[in-house]
Design a protein around this ligand. Structure first.
Ligand SMILES: *[C@@H]1O[C@H](CO)[C@@H](O)[C@H](O)[C@H]1NC(C)=O
Ligand SMILES: *[C@@H]1O[C@H](CO)[C@@H](O)[C@H](O)[C@H]1NC(C)=O
Ligand SMILES: *[C@@H]1O[C@H](CO)[C@@H](O)[C@H](O)[C@H]1NC(C)=O
Ligand SMILES: *[C@@H]1O[C@H](CO)[C@@H](O)[C@H](O)[C@H]1NC(C)=O
Ligand SMILES: *[C@@H]1O[C@H](CO)[C@@H](O)[C@H](O)[C@H]1NC(C)=O
Ligand SMILES: *[C@@H]1O[C@H](CO)[C@@H](O)[C@H](O)[C@H]1NC(C)=O
Ligand SMILES: *[C@@H]1O[C@H](CO)[C@@H](O)[C@H](O)[C@H]1NC(C)=O
Ligand SMILES: *[C@@H]1O[C@H](CO)[C@@H](O)[C@H](O)[C@H]1NC(C)=O
Ligand SMILES: *[C@@H]1O[C@H](CO)[C@@H](O)[C@H](O)[C@H]1NC(C)=O
Ligand SMILES: *[C@@H]1O[C@H](CO)[C@@H](O)[C@H](O)[C@H]1NC(C)=O
Length: 338
C-alpha cells in the first residue's frame, strides 16, 4: 500500500528487494526441494543462499538440522562448532562454501527425510534470521542386474523349465519381477509372487521369484528376467538362450567345465609321457626329472619296485615313475640323515 504514495528509483529498489525475499519463502514452505543420493555415497543438502549483501562467513551463523531437530553441522563466525552437532552426524558432513551446500557422506536409508538450513546474521542487536530452506533427501540403492538360475533337477524329456531369478541390495522396494519368454514370433510373460527380504541393518531389499513354465521344443527361445522398479523403469537380466529341439538348456559353458576338460587333457598327456618313459627305462634305466614331484613312502615303493622287477604286465606307468623318485628321494634322505 505504501508504495503507491511515492514513485521513484529508490522505492522501486525496495520493492525488488521485497519481491526477492518473498520469492525465497516458497522454498522453505511445502514445496521443498528434493535431493537424491545413493546408498553409501554422498548426499547434498542445499541452502541456496543468494547472499545479495555479500556477507562474509564471519558475520553469519549457519546450521543444518534434520526433521527431528538434531543438528548436523554448525558454522559460527566462519568456524565449525561441533558442540551442538548430534553424534550420529559427527565426521559425516562437509560444508561447500561456494554453493552453500552441506554434503552428508556415507548416506544410509535411514537418512531419508527432510532437512533444514538456517542462516543468521550477527548484528549489534543479536542474531537475525536472514535465510532458511528445506530440502528432502531421498536415498536410493541400485538393485543388481537380475540373474537367472535354472533349477538343475529337471528330467531330460520334460519341456517344463524351472528357474529362479534374483536381484539384490536395492531400495526402495520394486514393483514387480517377471520372466519373459521370447521366440521369433511370440512372447509370453510369467509372473510369480516376489519374495522379498529386507536387511534390518541397511534396510536394503533382496528380491527373487521362482517360476516354472513350458517351453516350445521346436523353436529357439530366449528368456529374460525383468525387475520393474517404477512403471517406466525396468532392469533386464542377461538373455538366457535355449536352442531348438533340445529341452535341456545350453547356457554358455561355465568355467569349471573348461577346467575339468583341461585337467582331463593333462592327465591323458601325462599318461602318454609316463608310457614313453617306461619304454625308455627298459633300455636305459635312470631317474626321470618329470616324475620328481610325486612322493611315495619308502617301504611301499620298495615293494612296488620288487613287483616291477617281476614285470607285472598291468602295473601302471605311474608306479614305474614312483619307483625312480622314491629311490632317488630315499637315497638323498639317507645321505642327509647320516
Ligand atoms: C560402502 O562403500 C565402501 C567404499 O566407499 C565399500 O568399501 C563398502 O563395502 C560399501 N558398503 C556397502 C554396504 O555397500
Ligand atoms: C564480496 O566481499 C569480498 C570481501 O569480503 C570482496 O572481496 C568481494 O569482491 C565482494 N564481492 C562482491 C560481488 O561484491
Ligand atoms: C544407479 O543407476 C543409475 C542408472 O539407473 C546410474 O546413473 C547411477 O550411476 C547408478 N548409481 C550407482 C551408485 O550405482
Ligand atoms: C530332484 O527331484 C526329486 C523328485 O523329482 C526330489 O526328490 C529331489 O529332492 C530333487 N533334488 C534336488 C536337488 O532338488
Ligand atoms: C519346479 O519347481 C517346483 C517348486 O520348486 C516343483 O514343485 C516342480 O516340481 C518343479 N518342476 C520341475 C519340472 O522340476
Ligand atoms: C513365425 O512366423 C512365420 C510367418 O509368420 C512362420 O512362417 C514361421 O513358421 C513362424 N515360426 C514359428 C517358429 O512359429
Ligand atoms: C520379446 O518379444 C517382444 C515381441 O515379440 C518384444 O516386444 C520384446 O521386446 C521382447 N523382449 C525382450 C526382452 O527382448
Ligand atoms: C541379500 O543378499 C546378499 C548377497 O547374497 C546377502 O549378503 C544379504 O545377507 C542378503 N540380505 C537379505 C536381507 O537377505
Ligand atoms: C536384526 O538383526 C540382529 C542382528 O544384527 C538380530 O539380532 C535381530 O534379531 C534382528 N531383528 C529382526 C527384527 O529381525
Ligand atoms: C537356433 O539357433 C541356432 C544358433 O544358436 C541356429 O543355428 C538355428 O538355426 C536356430 N534354429 C531355429 C529354429 O531358429
Amino acid at each position: 500500500m505504501r508504495f503507491k504514495c511515492t514513485m521513484g528509483l529508490r522505492n522501486t529498489l525496495i520493492v525488488m528487494a521485497l519481491l526477492l525475499s518473498v520469492s525465497t519463502i516458497p522454498f522453505s514452505g511445502a514445496a521443498s526441494l528434493k535431493s537424491h543420493a545413493f546408498f553409501n555415497e554422498t548426499g547434498e543438502l542445499p541452502c541456496h543462499f543468494p547472499n545479495t549483501q555479500n556477507l562474509s562467513l564471519d558475520e553469519l551463523v549457519i546450521f543444518w538440522q534434520d526433521q527431528n531437530k538434531l543438528v548436523l553441522y554448525e558454522l559460527f563466525k566462519g568456524q565449525e562448532k561441533p558442540n551442538n552437532v548430534n553424534p550420529k552426524y559427527i565426521g559425516r558432513t562437509s560444508f561447500d562454501q561456494d554453493s552453500w551446500t552441506l554434503r552428508l557422506h556415507n548416506v544410509q536409508i535411514k537418512d531419508t527425510g527432510s532437512y533444514q538450513c538456517f542462516i543468521h546474521h550477527r548484528r549489534s542487536q543479536g542474531l537475525v534470521s536472514i535465510h532458511q530452506m528445506s530440502s528432502d533427501l531421498i536415498v536410493l540403492a541400485n538393485f543388481s542386474q537380475p540373474e537367472i538360475r535354472l533349477i538343475a533337477n529337471q528330467t531330460e524329456k520334460s519341456n517344463i523349465i524351472n528357474l529362479t531369478c534374483s536381484s539384490i541390495q536395492g531400495y526402495p522396494e520394486p514393483q514387480r519381477m517377471y520372466v519373459s519368454l521370447n521366440t521369433t514370433n511370440s512372447s509370453s510373460t510369467y509372473d510369480a509372487v516376489m519374495k522379498k527380504s529386507q536387511s534390518n541393518i541397511t534396510e536394503l531389499y533382496n528380491v527373487s521369484i521362482s517360476v516354472s513354465f513350458p517351453i516350445p521344443p521346436e523353436t529357439n527361445v530366449t528368456i529374460f528376467c525383468a525387475l520393474q522398479l517404477e512403471p517406466t523403469k525396468i532392469i533386464l537380466s542377461q538373455p538366457y538362450n535355449i536352442d531348438a529341439k533340445s529341452p535341456v538348456p545350453s547356457p554358455p559353458v561355465p568355467d569349471h567345465i573348461l577346467w575339468i576338460a583341461a585337467l582331463l587333457v593333462t592327465v591323458v598327456v601325462s599318461g602318454m609321457v609316463f608310457l614313453t618313459l617306461k619304454k625308455r627305462k627298459k633300455k636305459q634305466p635312470g631317474p626321470s626329472n618329470e616324475c620328481e614331484i610325486i612322493k611315495v613312502e619308502e617301504k611301499e615303493s620298495e615293494q612296488t619296485a620288487k613287483r616291477v622287477e617281476l614285470q607285472e604286465p598291468e602295473r601302471s606307468d605311474e608306479v614305474q615313475c614312483d619307483v625312480n623318485i622314491s629311490k632317488t628321494a630315499s637315497d638323498s634322505k639317507s645321505a642327509t640323515d647320516f
